[in-house]
Design a protein around this ligand. Structure first.
Ligand code: GMT
Length: 375
């Protein structure tokens, strides 16, 4: 198939997932065309079946806001007509579903039928999309999609609760490439971070409010009072100054390492003992799945789709949102008990294998076949 993928090219989970999906489809022999305003971060190697079409957004003194959506739709039309796409798969509803709808209408004027699939990822539904400034366009463009997918059952329910959706939303879970995310012995790296055999706790996110990174620091503070430990914070975002201030106030700066945005996440995961994800909401929690594939048990909140991924007592533990005492209690319990840690590590790996890339890609291929069949 000749597939157009539209996504945010940055470090966000939806862009990462879309890029990994495109790479996997290309490996299976499909032609994949990425249409984005910047090269996606995980699109970092040459592949004969992958094409990249940059969306140029010209500015003009009249524009306070350059019309990105028009530029994106026009680029989509160009790629549809010239590359003979069979379908468009857009990730994150805003604004990709409405731009795909427009591109589809324009292509129809050229006698081309181009179906589009919208994959809902999380905040496009639970945060941004609900805002009444966007809601009518989001509802319309989701309903106009030829197929709709959500990355968890919880996100599907949230979508039906918040928007008058008239179509079926199919759940296709996120996936992990277990060949890439697998635990490796990186003791030199581990020793550099934790030279005295300290335990390593890890958090990865975009440091936005919804991630509740201060809860990570508060959990770590309690754990560190009992067990020598280091905290690795991967990513960056608006809450970073708050977190840095907390570390200074608690006097724990020497044990907290801000690693910044990282492409080699698998290395950081390989040296970690526990992954912490205390989010206010999480449709899926892709980073938690990648941690599990690296045999790192997860301590997460029980919000959104997290309990579908992180099975309490099997792959880690879930706690109510904001309950740092509970997360710290679980962390101490696991870190002080090597047998429990080993059991959870095995459980995490087993769970990651259920979301193996080879199990999930065929679900997308099946859906693609369904939408490209002329009705
Ligand atoms: O909030 C983020 O981490 C970014 C956001 C995105 O759409 O880029 O992530 C969402 O999509 C990911 C991939 O499907 C999910 O794993 C995340 O759980 C989801 N984030 C939220 O629901 C807050």
């Amino acid at each position: 198939m000749n597939i157009g993928i539209v996504c945010y090219p940055t470090y966000g989970g939806s862009g990462v997932l879309a890029t990994e999906l495109g790479k996997a489809l290309a490996d299976k022999g499909h032609m994949v065309h990425f249409i984005t305003y910047q090269q996606p971060v995980r699109l970092n190697a040459f592949h004969a079946n992958i094409f990249y079409h940059e969306v140029q957004v010209p500015t003009y003194p009249l524009f306070d806001f350059p019309p990105y959506e028009s530029a994106l739709s026009s680029t989509m039309v160009d790629v549809i007509l010239n590359q003979k796409l069979d379908l468009l798969h857009v990730h994150y509803a805003i604004p990709h579903a409405s731009t795909a709808y427009l591109a589809k209408q324009i292509a129809a004027k050229h006698g081309i039928r181009i179906p589009f699939i919208t994959t809902l990822h999380g905040t496009d539904i639970t945060l941004v999309g609900k805002d009444k400034t966007y809601e009518p366009v989001v509802t319309f463009s989701i309903n106009e999609s030829d197929a709709i997918t959500a990355v968890s059952k919880n996100l599907r329910e949230e979508t039906y609760k918040s928007f008058p959706i008239e179509k079926e939303i199919e759940v296709i879970y996120n996936f992990v490439d277990t060949a890439r995310f697998k635990r490796r012995d990186l003791s030199h790296f581990r020793n550099a971070i934790a030279p005295n055999g300290e335990k390593i706790l890890l958090h990865v996110s975009n440091f936005r409010k919804v991630k509740r990174v201060p809860d990570v620091v508060n959990t770590f503070k309690i754990v560190r009072e009992k067990i020598p430990a280091k905290l690795l914070l991967v990513g960056d975002g608006p809450d970073r100054p708050v977190i840095e201030a907390m570390c200074r106030e608690y006097g724990i700066c020497p044990d907290v390492r801000f690693v910044g945005k990282q492409e080699q996440l698998e290395d950081v995961m390989s040296i970690s003992d526990l992954f912490i994800l205390p989010s206010e909401y999480e449709s899926f929690g892709l980073a938690a799945l990648e941690a599990m594939a690296s045999e790192v048990p997860v301590l997460s909140s029980n919000a959104g789709g997290l309990p579908e991924i992180n099975i309490d007592g099997e792959t880690g533990y879930t706690s109510p949102v904001g309950d740092v005492e509970s997360m710290a209690k679980h962390a101490i319990q696991v870190l002080e008990n090597p047998e429990l840690l080993a059991k959870l590590r095995a459980g995490a790996l087993k769970q990651a294998q259920r979301f193996h890339i080879n199990n999930i890609i065929p679900e997308y291929e099946k859906l693609y076949q369904k939408v490209i069949k002329p009705r």
